[in-house]
Design a protein around this ligand. Structure first.
Ligand code: IVH
Length: 700
């Protein structure tokens, strides 16, 4: 363990660690998510502060400090590579007549004897792969068509792209082109995780969150492929279909045969392509996929039609921008007509209000649509919605359907215009809309049910009290049946109260899908144990867990360090708080508002009574780490140091102490005179048993 000789050094160390983690986070937002959350200037200020501190305390520099990466991997741009064959785009058609014109032009040029290949038009990013002697040597984006970015390392993370080809009949050197994309399910999952991450920062308004989220799978795939750190790319699974082969010496006479060959060498070619002998077959293919496309796990935006024979392709040639031998047919966004039944208002966990159109169920793009988001009051105004209106619903690239228009001719006489509601549907508090914001909020954070539930979910979450045995749905259910009124009440819960309790889980978009389950013995025990062990969570995380607006992890750490305990924070004036470096007026306002509420003060008192850590326990010379993050320990027997010191060491290194031997236990630290029963149970459950020395080796 590192012992610091002076307070100054300790402060420097904390500040350095804090700056490192802030910069890492911003790098991640910038490079990985393509979504910076601070300006370049602010970023440079953070980095310069870190550089200064590291100059002053060179021995405190972290080995993976972001300052060491400047000029290295994170700031480097991709190499620009000129395409050997330009990457052209295709001409677009939108209807049968345009497509028949295309067919006529071809017939005029090459006669009637030719075939087409119809393929899906994948909605992703074009990529050009170069292979030499069967090895992938380079992957380049389309760029401006003549030159693109070398993204080889990123593309190598895509599992369906072979690094080494199969067989032996591939050309020594060739290029193959295709489309990189993200599956719809992956997109939804990653975007939901990203939303949670943004919400947890506690600094963004709902409008800002919506702006930052990825709009569709293509958007996400594009942000991913352009990331500088390919380890991050690997965390966001992409996929690829290949659709065009370029070799100096042709390996076959036709495009269709080339696709088959490419498949045999190990390339992923989509199953959905077809040889067509005339334009009517092409139109039938288009018609079929107009509906069938909704059952695909990825998005397509049309069909690509290519003349099959290479010599005929050559005869047809190119215009300045497009090949004359190929064209795309673009599908219109799927639209349905239905009736507005009513407008309801959802209250989010931060109090943000979303108006929702409840519709007469209608089939759209393969799913039944019952609701559409109306986003905000401006959107409601723009649509000029009236009761019982007939509306057009569309599903574009986005996953959630939206209302794109109203059929005013079908509007009934004497119907009322829909006026944005003035009060919260959950707690009846008057809604507010801040200057320059598109969203309304319910300001009643501490008494509005969805906001209370939101606060509880935040309280038990991993970065706060880390009560992982208690999912968000379970806390919500406890609240709904009146078992708890605030998160402080969790600490009053008894095993008998929750055993066999029936919990309702619901599907946000489909009420008919709600299910019931009951809490069995084992999970009841885990819940009670999880709540009890959370009492050891350090003060800064409790402070973060309280869910005070704008008090995210970093701010909570700063406040805890400055004020040392909750009483000092509660009695501090707004000015005293705002005076702290990097805290400012807004956060100070939220803090004083929170503690001005008597209910919140009572809640804190309750947490105190239950023994939660409401004061800092940092000892000079104790270095915190996350070496044991996610690991659970049970200390049993006697040791050279006291059991309490051992437990403390577990906590300061990010681990968790748990009370008994169960399958949730990762390590049993066995001392002298340990009970034989515990040892047997741990052995039976295959739990790793370690000595005091083994443990010390883990953290040093
Ligand atoms: S062939 C010269 N086939 O559409 C022909 N393109 O506007 C090159 N695309 O940039 C393209 N699916 O990103 C072809 N099956 C497919 C395609 C496809 C999607 C994209 C590609 C290209 C754009 C053309």
């Amino acid at each position: 363990m590192h012992l610091f000789s002076s307070m100054n050094e300790l402060e420097a160390k904390i500040l350095i660690d804090d700056l490192c983690s802030q910069i890492e986070k911003h790098n991640y937002n910038y490079y990985t998510l393509s979504n910076p959350s601070i300006s370049d200037l602010e970023f440079d200020q953070l980095l310069n502060r870190l550089i200064d501190l590291e100059k002053q305390f060179p021995h405190l520099q972290n080995s993976n400090s972001p300052t060491l990466k400047v000029g290295g991997s994170i700031t480097k741009d991709f190499e620009t590579v000129k395409h050997k064959y330009p990457m052209l785009s295709l001409g677009n058609t939108y209807n049968e007549a345009d497509l028949r014109d295309f067919d006529d032009r071809i017939k005029k040029a090459i006669g009637n004897s030719f075939e087409y290949v119809c393929e899906l038009k994948f909605d992703g990013l074009a990529i050009s792969l170069s292979y030499k002697n069967g090895k992938l040597i380079r992957a380049v984006t389309r760029g401006d068509g003549t030159q693109g970015d070398d993204v080889t390392n990123n593309v190598k993370t895509i599992k369906s792209i072979p690094h080494q080809l199969k067989g032996n009949d591939y050309p020594n050197s060739f290029e193959i082109r295709g489309e990189v994309f993200m599956h719809k399910k992956t997109f939804e999952k990653l975007n939901a995780e990203y939303r949670k991450e943004l919400e947890d920062k506690e600094v963004y308004t709902e409008t800002q969150i919506l702006e930052r989220l990825y709009k569709n799978p293509r958007n996400f795939a594009s942000g991913t492929l352009k990331m500088q750190d390919s380890r991050e790319v690997a965390k966001r699974p992409l996929d690829a279909f290949l659709y065009f082969l370029y070799a100096d010496n042709k390996v076959s006479e036709t495009h269709f045969e080339s696709l088959k060959l490419a498949e045999s060498w190990g390339f992923q070619v989509s199953d959905h392509y077809k040889l067509c002998s005339n334009i009517d077959d092409v139109l039938a293919f288009i018609k079929y996929y107009e509906t069938a496309r909704h059952d695909l796990s990825y998005e397509i935006d049309g069909i690509v039609i290519k003349v099959n024979n290479y010599l005929q392709q050559e005869d047809l040639g190119f215009t300045a921008k497009n090949p004359r031998w190929a064209i795309s047919y673009k599908y219109k966004a799927a639209t349905a007509v239905t009736k507005l039944e009513k407008v309801t208002y959802q209250v989010g966990r931060t109090g943000a209000i979303t108006p929702v159109a409840n519709l007469t169920p209608v089939q759209l793009a393969g799913t039944t649509v019952k609701r559409a988001s109306l986003y905000n009051a401006d959107e409601l105004e723009r649509l000029d919605l009236h009761e019982n209106d007939t509306v057009f619903v569309e599903k574009g690239g986005e996953i959630i359907p939206k209302i794109v228009g109203v059929d005013t001719e079908k509007r009934l006489a004497d119907v009322q215009k829909i006026i944005y509601q003035t009060h919260c549907p959950e707690c009846n508090t008057e809604l507010i809309r801040k200057e320059g914001e598109a969203i309304h909020y319910c300001p009643n954070a501490s008494h509005c049910p969805p906001q209370i539930i939101g606060a509880m979910e935040h309280f038990v979450s991993r970065k706060a009290m880390n009560i992982d045995s208690l999912g968000g749905e379970t806390v919500a259910a406890f609240y709904k049946i009146g078992l708890i009124k605030t998160y402080a009440d969790l600490y009053d819960l008894k095993y008998e109260q929750i055993l066999n309790l029936s919990i309702e889980t619901s599907d946000d978009l489909d009420d008919s899908k709600s299910k019931k389950r009951s809490i069995k013995e084992k999970s009841a025990l885990n819940i009670i144990e999880g709540i009890a062990t959370s009492k050891a969570v350090p003060f800064e995380r409790v402070l973060f867990g309280l869910g005070i607006r704008m008090v995210g992890e970093t701010v909570a750490k700063k406040l805890a360090k400055h004020f040392q305990n909750i009483d000092n924070i509660m009695t501090a004036t707004k000015e005293q708080i705002a005076d702290i470096y990097e805290i400012g007026d807004k956060i100070a306002e939220h803090l004083t508002q929170f503690f001005a509420d008597k209910d919140n003060v009572q809640m804190i008192e309750k947490l105190k009574v239950h023994g939660l850590k409401l004061a800092i326990e940092e000892e000079v010379g104790v270095e915190r780490s996350n070496k044991l993050e996610g690991k659970t320990f049970l200390v049993s027997g006697t040791f050279t140091m006291s059991r309490d010191d051992l437990k403390k060491l577990i906590e300061v290194n990010g681990g968790r102490n748990i009370a008994g031997v169960s399958k949730n236990l990762n390590y049993l630290i066995a001392g002298d005179k340990m009970g034989p029963e515990k040892l047997k149970k741990a052995t039976d459950l295959n739990i790793t048993i370690i000595s005091e020395q083994d443990f010390l080796n883990m953290i040093n």
